[in-house]
Design a protein around this ligand. Sequence first.
Ligand code: HEM
Length: 259
Amino acid sequence: MQNSAQIEYDYSIAKAFTFATILFGIIGMTVGVILAFQLAFPALSNLAGEYGTFSRLRPLHTNGVAFGFALSGIFATWYYVGQRVLKVSLKESPFLMGVAKLHFALYFITILLAVVTLISGITTSKEYAELEWPLDLLVVVWWVLWGVAMFGMIGIRRERTLYVSVWYYMSSFLAVAMLYLFNNMEVPTYFASGGHGSILHSVSMYAGTNDALVQCGLVTMLLHSYLLHQLLLWFITSFQKNQDKMFIHINFLCLRSGD
Ligand code: HEM
């Protein structure tokens, strides 16, 4: 292994995700500007036939900025920050480098397919869970790949201290996985109906109030993931360093959160 003063970090994946952030940022926000004009001048909704309507472009904007712009930014920071704070280079592990490359390639393909399907009207119509089931499966694959890259890098790290920033990435990985999985539970109607309708079509496994409760519960959990990750962090560091003080830390956290 190289010693930490000589580590040659590999930023190729961080750069690729930064490129995606800029590209999807430009596309997503341009669509946002068009939407804003359509709200002011509704007649603009009819200029490009069905492909230019507010109802097609709005999910394109929200998905474009959330999954295209913001998420690729998060991945870009991970592949930069992760290497630096763990003091390990992706160059040191051809396996993890391969996983990271596959992560980027599948992610990029998914977002392009999302653009094509959403503008074509292929959607579950459920806000923030609009992508149809084949794309959801693709999302699961590259999310798991991100997890393998992240925990793999943590596993071979040179820096013993796990900085709080790494805990944020870990809790984001876990919380978003739960949010995405539960929010996208759906039945592909083609298979359930014995071959009727479109193979791409699906319906949510739960609807109405249950749907609202699931979304509400999961978002609340995400908002609290800061507290959750802090609790985990304090728990483990206390356990490692001084088991006697562990309960004092937990009490302190409970006081701060007002629980
Ligand atoms: C040039 C920049 C942007 C413009 C002009 C813009 C414009 C818009 C417009 C017109 C809507 C539809 C509002 C409606 O349906 O009443 C919208 C919705 C939304 N935009 Fe943007 N947007 C921009 C950037 C962003 C960015 C950077 C993000 C997030 C990273 C974002 C996230 C959202 C979300 C989540 C919604 C749905 C909000 C809701 O349903 O209440 N937008 N945007």
